[in-house]
Design a protein around this ligand. Structure first.
Ligand code: NDP
Ligand code: MG
Length: 408
């Protein structure tokens, strides 16, 4: 048995906290060697004092003094955006868990790939923005991209049964054999559909006529998952599922038209794969991110833990329904962005981020989130097969445009 040495970017967030729990639960398999956060100096210090990684990073340089004062030992301290890239390349680390909300994880993720680290990716933003680049670079470097997002981790688990190990990532469309790992040539013929499950969020049954009056408090009450505020709002608009469709497309190299969404309010089935013979495999567990984080860390092996097993006697029912795409336009907007490709997914992602902030600050109404995203997408002059600079320029353009649209 080997302990995997891991750097956690976004340690103080919801995924970061779960990662610390997993490390505590399976100490023989997981060792945290680096922790990074944005500005929450006291929480980062408390985590570091508990876990004792050799390196930590706080992006907000103005709070490093506060961090230092609260530490009970002397780790190496990085700071600033540069520091985040440096800790992602830490010599001792084998894997980097990217769990930064927003787009701040992209550059460190690319640097970690370049440094030969495997990535466990929770930050779907980086695959939505730059999936083509991330998968190509990972293929060229021969590093693994292990999905942590519960749906993608579920699909990854279902696909695992299909493949010779160790092969997590099939070729992305257009990249052919550039992706390292041994591949089954028939992967795309064997997989008919990827079916992402969505809880439907708190407004699954709310009539569209009531959307205008939805409050921040109502939107932050997720029925099944306990997550950070940005992704919780995305779950309410279904933009989260839209982003996940694009994420799946890049991770698994499956065209957008074969990535579907089904509403499953209990969040027990985390996603499914339908194969060419009509058989469907699903992955089930309680809705706790410790499950997918652990699998990403121990893959391709499975190890016991203290997480609760499913009690099928108590589950009673698992429901499935078609999403209300007309009432929740996020799904169609994301499908269009994913099918068009180029810089449009980055534009959708950035415009949505700005609109969600404006909604959380009570400056715009709930439906204005997707109206803003749609308006910004309409105005965008798309760039096909963009390089990183073009993606970052599109991201910046979309943020400014969304601020105008949202009346900021
Ligand atoms: P949270 O808001 O709970 O936490 C965000 C984390 O990112 C914090 O540690 C924060 O630090 C850090 N952070 C924010 N901005 C930066 C930055 N510019 N540079 C470095 N660190 C930064 O988010 P979640 O944990 O909910 O989500 C993290 C990512 O995982 C998102 O991409 C989300 O989509 C994805 N994800 C989350 C799931 C969940 O269950 N929560 C499920 C599936 C995917 P600080 O505390 O200092 O601000
Ligand atoms: Mg998810």
């Amino acid at each position: 048995m080997k302990r995997k040495r891991i750097v956690v970017l976004g340690a103080t967030g919801s995924i970061g906290e779960s990662a610390l729990k997993v490390a505590h639960d399976i100490p023989d398999r997981m060792e945290i060697v680096g922790l990074a956060a944005n500005s929450n100096a006291l929480k980062l210090a408390a985590q570091a004092n508990q876990v004792r990684p050799e390196a930590i990073c706080l992006v907000d340089e103005s709070r490093v003094g506060e961090l230092r004062a609260a530490l009970e030992y002397e780790p190496q301290i990085f700071s600033g955006e540069r520091g985040l890239v440096e800790i992602a390349c830490l010599a001792e680390a084998e894997m980097v868990l990217v769990a930064v909300v927003g787009t701040g994880g992209l550059q460190p993720a690319l640097a970690a790939i370049e440094a030969g680290k495997d990535l466990a990716v929770a930050s779907k933003e980086i695959l939505v923005m730059a999936g083509e680049i991330v998968m190509r670079e990972a293929g060229e470097k021969g590093v693994q991209i292990l999905p942590v997002d519960s749906e993608h981790n579920a699909i990854f688990q279902c696909l695992d049964s299909q493949r010779e190990r160790p092969t997590p990532n099939p070729p992305s469309p257009g990249t052919g054999s550039a992706v390292a790992s041994v591949q089954r040539p028939t992967f795309n013929e064997e997989v008919r559909r990827l079916i992402l499950t969505a809880s439907g969020g708190p407004f699954r049954n709310t009539p569209a006529s009531e959307f205008e009056g939805i409050t921040v408090e109502q939107a932050l009450k997720h029925p099944t998952w306990n997550m950070g505020p940005k992704i919780t709002i995305d779950s309410a608009t279904l933009f989260n599922k839209g982003l996940e469709m694009i994420e799946a497309h890049w991770l698994f190299g499956v065209e957008m038209k074969r990535v579907e969404v089904v509403v499953h309010p209990q969040s027990i089935v985390h996603s499914m794969v339908e194969f060419s013979d009509g058989s469907v495999l699903a992955q089930l567990s309680h809705s706790d991110m410790c499950f997918p984080i652990q699998y990403a860390v121990t893959w391709p092996e499975r190890v016991p833990n203290s997480l609760p097993p499913l009690d099928f006697g108590k589950l009673r029912q698992l429901e499935f329904a078609t999403p209300r795409s007309d009432d929740f336009p996020a799904l169609n907007l994301a499908r269009r962005a994913g099918e068009t490709g180029g810089t449009l997914p980055a534009v959708l992602n950035a415009a949505n981020e700005v609109a969600v902030s404006a909604f959380l600050a009570r400056r715009i109404s709930f439906p204005r989130i997707w109206q803003t995203v749609s308006a910004v997408m309409e105005k965008h002059a798309n760039v096909a097969h963009p390089d990183l600079d073009a993606i970052l320029r599109a991201d910046q353009w979309a943020r400014l445009e969304a601020q105008k649209q949202a009346g900021d």
